[in-house]
Design a protein around this ligand. Structure first.
Ligand code: NAP
Ligand code: GCO
Length: 262
């Protein structure tokens, strides 16, 4: 029930980081991988990574906020490879700026990529899934789908909206045997969170690094590898009666108040 043999998976923004790990897991379960990024150099970086992993992936230069480009990419995938069975809405950005100092255009850009992009991609693949009689959509949410913190107002707003888009796709398309769920990663060690982990300019440890380790029962940052199993589960027949759920893969962070300092 965990096999993805014969399935076509589009993982957006999957040149490195969480997207690459998820795509690798889906490939190891048998899926054919397609991915896209908004910069050619990133597509090239991704193609090199897949080749080194022995994965025959196809990469597209496509910005998830550009509906015309997304529809063209999906049509080309359907024509050259096959109908998309699995969509992972992974592409995302973050801007860490105190809200009162954030330009409205910066706010709009984050929401555009992190919320409008998944809408555009899901809207493009659902018709094919309906024709085929099944489909899996996995949105990559966040702890910020549930919690706020300083400097991430745009990101939290987008990821909170993505949680509700997940539930709405479930409600609207469940009758077509389409399951739309989300993975909510905790704090994962990728390029996106590097500024939260790197030592301070004077060489002292990053206080946020210590904070996250104290807030997380697992007492560590997650790795993209930690997301592989949950992704295969939600992409496979093993989750055919799971719909509209957010699966938090956070080392227990959301369940805990955190350790009282000694
Ligand atoms: P990352 O290292 O910053 O990678 C983001 C990827 O998305 C890159 O390949 C990037 O390539 C692509 N991308 C960005 N904007 C795009 C656009 N407009 N169109 C297409 N592709 C685009 O991020 P990550 O840490 O792996 O995170 C991946 C996802 O997980 C994001 O949605 C993030 O919000 C979410 N997440 C991350 C964490 C964490 O702790 N790392 C935790 C929870 C959720 P280009 O720049 O070339 O387009
Ligand atoms: C931040 C981090 C987080 C993680 C992730 C947590 O600045 O707080 O980037 O937002 O990326 O979303 O689930």
């Amino acid at each position: 029930m965990f096999s993805l043999e014969g399935r076509v998976a589009l993982v957006t923004g999957a040149a490195y980081g969480i997207g690459l790990a998820i795509a690798q897991a889906l490939a190891e379960a048998g899926a054919r991988i397609v991915f896209n990024c908004s910069r050619q150099e990133t597509v090239d970086r991704g193609m090199k990574a897949y080749k080194e992993l022995g994965i025959d992936a196809k990469g597209y230069l496509c910005d998830v906020t550009d509906e015309i480009a997304v529809k063209s990419m999906v049509a080309d995938i359907e024509r050259t490879i096959g109908t998309i069975d699995i969509l992972v809405n992974n592409a995302g950005i973050i801007k860490r700026v105190p809200m009162t100092q954030m330009d409205v255009e910066e706010f709009r850009q984050v929401v555009n990529v992190d919320l409008v992009g998944p809408f555009i991609c899901a809207k493009a693949v659902i018709p094919g899934m309906i024709r085929k009689g099944h489909g899996k959509i996995i949105n990559i949410c966040s702890l910020m789908s549930e919690l706020g913190r300083e400097t991430v107002s745009a990101y939290a707003s987008a990821k909170g909206g993505l949680k509700m888009l997940t539930r709405n796709i479930c409600a609207e398309y469940g009758e077509h045997n389409i399951q739309c769920n989300a993975i909510g990663p905790g704090y994962i060690a990728t390029e996106q969170t590097a500024p939260l982990r790197e030592p301070q300019p004077d060489g002292r440890p990053n206080q946020f690094d210590a904070f996250i380790k104290s807030r997380t029962p697992a007492a560590r940052w997650g790795s993209p590898e930690d997301l592989k199993g949950p992704a295969v589960f939600l992409a496979s027949d093993a989750s055919n009666f799971v719909n509209g759920q957010i699966l938090y893969v956070d080392g227990g962070l959301l369940a805990s108040l955190g350790h009282h300092p000694e």
